[in-house]
Design a protein around this ligand. Structure first.
Ligand code: NAI
Ligand code: MG
Length: 339
């Protein structure tokens, strides 16, 4: 596991360095080889040099590393988030990380949200007309290719089956957005016939949001396009108990290269106070261990983090009165007990 670590901005620079010792400890205990470099990509570098994603980085990263761990990007000094788009969208698109897995972990079970990461309204196709400095026409096209939807759906169905999931729901809006809806429904229904272990259903995204909030327990796997997936995974984070808890992985199934990042942003309202919750970043590390086939350390990490989160040293966002460091002390102590 050769990891490029990008703490980024705001609380990213707190939770990522705080969480990394847990990975180091696990790799020592389980005898796993680990190396990482910390890259200073983010707002400070952008403001000092104008560089977000360095030239050639997209080609270099997969030659040097197996995965990326990213904290968060976003800084009040860069209101249009230009550096964040360059880095994050540059990596997602440049490395073709088209599968975004955002597990929603609830007492009633886990919902595996799989979100298409590079197409739809996030394809970057569009433009605007400006007159005297104001935008007068704005167009963002939602673009889906059949080939990409097929690759996405097939990979996700295989993952869900291999993980023992039984139900999968396609979330769409084919009544109001019929062309995209038809393409996704057609691909979903055809691909599903190769997976007799999975029972498929389809829901309009608005109805899905309503049902998810009322009772999430029936859902196991969810397949969804980029924008809808972005929104429903924040609802999922709220159901889990807050943005500080939700982790995500963006994967290219063909190269196996992956980027792990918490769902939350740089949280400028609490940055620098030492109270950011490293839970989501720790769960990213668990997803990373899973990704490289190390299920036992991943499960141990999840167990210890959940136990720590129930205690008084948990951070304030989840009801504790601890700090980032205190919470990590508890996690590392628990990991040590389980050696
Ligand atoms: P945010 O996720 O940074 O914060 C939303 C709320 O949740 C805040 O009240 C924050 O304090 C709280 N929160 C988030 N993560 C937390 C944690 N680990 N521990 C404790 N509390 C936590 O979203 P917001 O405020 O909308 O965006 C802030 C900046 O982050 C913006 O510049 C935005 O563009 C960027 N952003 C970046 C993302 C990324 O890098 N993937 C994702 C979402 C937003
Ligand atoms: Mg989001």
């Amino acid at each position: 596991m050769r990891i490029a670590v990008i703490p980024g901005d705001g609380i990213g620079k707190e939770v990522v360095p705080a969480a990394l010792p847990a990975l180091t400890a696990l790799c020592e205990t389980f005898g796993l080889p680990l190396s990482y470099d910390v890259l200073d990509w983010g707002a400070d570098t952008w403001l000092a040099t104008g560089v977000g994603l360095p030239d050639g980085a997209v080609e270099r990263l997969p030659r040097t590393y197996d995965a990326v761990l990213l904290g968060a990007l976003g800084d009040p000094r860069i209101p249009d988030m230009a550096h964040g788009r360059e880095i994050l969208l540059g990596l997602r698109r440049g490395l073709d990380l088209y599968v975004n897995h955002r597990p929603v972990v609830l007492d009633s079970g886990v919902i595996d949200i799989y979100r298409e990461n590079t197409q739809g309204l996030y394809a970057g196709v569009g433009g605007s007309v400006t007159r005297s400095g104001s935008v007068t026409v704005a167009i963002d096209e939602s673009v889906h290719t059949r080939a990409a939807v097929e690759d996405f759906v097939r990979y996700c169905l295989r993952r869900l089956r291999d993980d023992g999931r039984r139900k999968v729901t396609l979330v769409h809006k084919s009544n109001a957005v019929p062309n995209t809806g038809r393409l996704w429904q057609d691909v979903f229904r055809r691909e599903l016939t190769a997976f007799p272990e999975l029972t498929g259903s389809e829901e309009y995204v608005d109805a899905f949001c309503y049902h998810l909030v009322r009772d999430p327990s029936p859902y196991e796997g969810v397949l969804v396009s980029s924008l809808f997936g972005d929104i429903i995974s924040d609802i999922g984070a709220a159901l889990m108990g807050g943005l500080g808890l939700a982790a995500g992985a963006s994967v290219c199934p063909e190269t196996h290269f992956a980027l792990f990042e918490p769902v939350h942003g740089s949280a400028p309202d609490i940055a620098g106070k030492g109270i950011a919750n490293p839970y989501a970043t720790l769960m990213c590390l668990a997803l990373m261990l899973d990704h490289f086939g190390h299920g036992a350390p991943a499960d141990l990490l999840r167990t210890c983090v959940r136990e720590a989160a129930r205690g008084a040293t948990a951070t304030p966002d989840i009801g504790g009165h601890g700090t980032t460091d205190l919470f990590m002390d508890t996690v590392l102590t628990l990991l040590d007990h389980h050696r």
